[in-house]
Design a protein around this ligand. Structure first.
Ligand code: FES
Length: 101
C-alpha cells in the first residue's frame, strides 16, 4: 500500500496515511481527514469532477502517480502540479496541498 504524506501549506498541518494501489488522492485524503483545499474552497469546489482546479497540489515524486490528464491540460498546470481529484497513487508520495486560491 502506498504511503501518502499531505502537507497543508495553509495551516502547516501534516497528515500521513496509506491508500490502496491506484487510489484517488482526493478521496483518500478526505477519508483520512486530510485537508487538500485552501480556506472556503473546502466547500466551494466541484466535488472531484476536474472542473474547478481548487484541488491543485504539488506531488513528489511524479513517477508514483498517473500521467497528465485531460483536465490538467485544460487548466494548464505546471509540470510539478496536478489536480488532487485526478491523481491515482501508485507509490509513496509527498503532497503539498491547499495552494489554489
Ligand atoms: S475538486 Fe474541482 S478540480 Fe478537483
Amino acid at each position: 500500500m502506498p504511503k501518502i504524506k499531505v502537507i497543508n501549506t495553509e495551516t502547516d498541518e501534516t497528515f500521513e496515511f496509506k491508500a490502496g494501489y491506484g487510489a484517488n488522492l482526493r478521496q483518500a485524503a478526505l477519508y483520512n481527514d486530510a485537508e487538500v483545499y485552501k480556506g472556503l474552497n473546502k466547500f466551494l469546489n466541484c466535488r472531484g469532477t476536474g472542473l474547478c482546479a481548487k484541488c491543485v497540489v504539488e506531488v513528489e515524486p511524479m513517477e508514483n502517480v498517473n500521467g497528465r490528464t485531460f483536465f490538467e491540460k485544460i487548466h494548464k498546470l505546471e509540470d510539478h502540479q496536478k489536480l488532487g481529484c485526478r491523481i491515482k497513487v501508485y507509490g509513496d508520495i509527498t503532497v503539498k496541498a491547499a495552494i489554489a486560491d
